[in-house]
Ligand binder design. Structure first.
Ligand code: EPU
Length: 337
């Protein structure tokens, strides 16, 4: 374990923002993690996983702890299912590919989502009709307070749309160190209800899809719409899709006939923030080194040397404009630090 000084965090956040950590350490086992958490000389600590859901707006005057816990193993196996344990520092997409190679089903729709296994439950990552919670069995986390390990079952986690206990009452109190998934063997329950997947499978001329076909379809859809963070800095969806009352939605339809919506409950609908932002005229706009992606207005991008504050200012302008035009508040999905 080696604590370094004045390290650029540019390689550690998918937005590619160049801020400096006063101190930085990468930990690859639980013992080191416990030890580093107990260091009294660094009262200010920032835990960094895949860095795919954060916007860094200033230097960090403290110790950045990079969670580099690796390893994937099968815990138990039955005829139709398997429990797999993946450590927090595993790259999410590589874990998805490992599952597909082993013919373990359930997370193929979540292919190519940036980030690591350990941060996936925090915001209950989701795409194309599947959420992490659908295969989540439990997770282990270390309490920052007592430095002891604690297990969280699915119901402990209070999963919801882009939300969990780790964004609510347990926020900032735990570090997830591993996640157990319950995946299918043999009889996979495929989720192909999303139109985009069905059309992509048609293009691929696949009529009886395997989990591998679905993963391939999702990868092509994502590659066509979302920028690759290795080429253009970004953090996926910057905003959450807002939930509004049906009553308000019906009043909006009078002026905006083509406004899309997804049902949420008897009285509420979800409206795609990407649509609102596009209608507000922001899609594809570029301001120097930062802007809004040309194929998906939900995604803010860093073309090179953007500052976190540039992107933050742009996000506020978008929020203000969307509110002025539609009377809807859109909330950031990424964490702003
Ligand atoms: N739309 C527009 N303009 C845009 C973008 C979208 O009009 O610039 C419209 C589309 O035409 C469509 C609707 O908005 O009618 C929904 O678009 P899409 O299917 O692309 O999905 P989304 O609601 O924008 C959500 C997730 C994505 C996930 C996709 C696919 C959130 C905040 N985002 O996006 O998650 O991949 O569904 O399931 O829920 C992420 O979190 O990083 C992410 C990419």
């Amino acid at each position: 374990m080696h604590i370094q000084n004045n390290i650029s965090l540019k390689p550690y956040n998918t937005f590619g923002i160049d801020v400096t950590a006063k101190h930085f350490v990468s930990v690859s086992n639980i013992e080191d993690l416990k030890q580093v958490l107990s260091l009294k000389e660094y009262p200010n600590k920032l835990i960094l996983g895949g860095g795919s859901n954060m916007l860094l707006t200033k230097d960090f005057i403290g110790l950045v702890i990079h969670i580099n816990l690796k390893g994937v193993k099968i815990i138990s196996e039955e005829h139709d299912s398997v429990i797999v344990k993946a450590n927090a520092g595993e790259n999410w997409h590589e874990f998805v590919l490992w599952c597909i190679k082993n013919d373990f089903g359930g997370i193929e729709n979540l292919s190519l989502i940036p980030g690591n296994v350990g941060t996936a439950p925090i915001q209950n990552i989701g795409a194309y009709g599947v959420e992490l919670k659908d295969t989540f069995e439990s997770c282990e986390a270390i309490s920052l307070d007592t430095k002891s390990m604690q297990s969280f079952s699915k119901s402990d986690c209070n999963f919801d749309y882009r939300n969990s206990i780790f964004k609510q009452e347990a926020k900032g109190k735990y570090i997830i160190t591993s996640v157990n998934f319950k995946l299918s063997k043999n009889n996979h329950n495929l989720s192909i209800k999303y139109g985009a997947i069905t059309s992509q499978l048609k293009i691929m001329e696949v009529s009886k899809p395997t989990i591998q076909d679905i993963s391939k379809a999702v990868i092509s859809i994502r590659e066509s719409k979302l920028p690759n963070p290795k080429e253009i800095g970004n953090s996926g969806s910057f905003f959450k899709n807002p939930v509004i009352s049906k009553k308000y939605f019906n009043s909006l339809i009078e002026n905006f006939k083509d406004i899309p919506s997804y049902p949420v409950s008897e009285s509420e609908v979800k409206v795609p923030a990407g649509w609102l932002i596009e209608k507000a005229g922001f899609k594809g706009k570029r301001f120097g080194d930062y802007g809004i992606h040309k194929n998906q207005a939900l995604v803010l991008v860093n073309y090179g040397n953007a500052k976190g504050n540039d992107i933050l200012k742009l996000s506020k302008l978008i929020q203000k404009t969307v509110h002025r035009l539609f009377g809807i508040s859109i909330e950031a999905e990424v964490n702003i630090l």
